[in-house]
Design a protein. Structure first.
Length: 269
């Protein structure tokens, strides 16, 4: 039995066939990544006397923990999802059904026009481990979820990044953590507390800013000033070169004239 499982999972699995317990299933407090007694290729079969078995499904096109020469389990069909454990495909849940952290794909789509956004899954969102729709509008009571991640910046200093998720219409409103009602997204230059508060999804020093990927727009007057500066610089360069050339010619002419005068005086003497 174990030999056949090892063939399915591949030689890189270090926990295949080892004892485990689903009570150890948890999220890493720093990265919020699912962890268990088993590795990325196996899942735990039970709470008591469990065994690490090969995973039966995957959620990503290129799953973590598999080499290029290994064959990962299949993706789940439409209308179902693969849980973090990877034990089997399950049907998506309706509103009010449980879901795993940050797994909006485990919730059934709302199919309501205007709700789909990159911050949800076809208008559905998993908040506080419960499926709901991101469909609330301005001034409606809302719920939110805060997730803080610790990381290092490019010079090695630690910082915390807080992600806010809520059930307001993502493209137009956000859930205020102070009033717990939906408010309109803030424009660039307005006060903010989290990225979620801004239409640009960029809150820098408590002010909504343009996102880093936004192209810089040059005003027409800036084009005019730059063009005029280039033309003036070219004209000044040309004038300077002509003046230097004239001075050089004048000096050369003076040298030739002095030479000729000297030769004439020499012949005359």
């Amino acid at each position: 039995m174990l030999s056949s499982l090892a063939t399915t999972s591949g030689p890189s699995s270090t926990t295949l066939g080892k004892p485990c317990s689903i009570s150890a299933n948890r999220l890493d407090p720093r990265t919020r990544r699912f962890t268990s007694d088993c590795d990325a290729q196996t899942f735990c079969s039970g709470a008591i006397n469990g065994t690490c078995l090969p995973r039966q499904c995957r959620r990503e096109e290129f799953p973590f923990g598999y080499r290029a020469d290994q064959r990962p389990p299949a993706l789940c069909p439409v209308g179902s999802f693969c849980p973090d454990e990877g034990d089997a495909c399950h049907p998506v849940g309706a509103v009010g059904q449980p879901c795993q952290f940050n797994r909006d794909d485990q919730c059934a789509s709302s199919y309501t026009a205007g709700l789909a956004d990159y911050n949800n899954s076809n208008g559905s969102i998993c908040l506080r481990s419960v499926c709901t729709y991101a469909n609330l509008t301005e001034k409606e009571p809302c719920i939110f979820e805060l997730s803080t991640y610790a990381d290092l910046d490019n010079i090695g200093l630690g910082f915390k990044n807080t992600i806010v998720r809520d059930n307001c219409q993502t493209a137009q409103f956000f859930c205020s953590t102070a009033t717990q009602v939906c408010e309109r997204l803030r424009l660039v230059g307005q006060q903010c507390q989290y990225h979620r508060d801004c239409q640009s999804y960029t809150c820098h020093q408590n002010v909504c800013s343009s996102p880093p990927e936004e192209p810089f727009e040059v005003a027409l007057w800036q084009y005019a000033v730059t063009t005029l500066a280039v033309v003036l610089a070219m004209a000044a360069t040309c004038i300077m070169l002509v003046a230097m050339h004239r001075r050089y010619r004048l000096k050369h002419y003076q040298e030739i004239r002095d030479y000729c005068d000297e030769q004439i005086r020499y012949v005359a003497n």
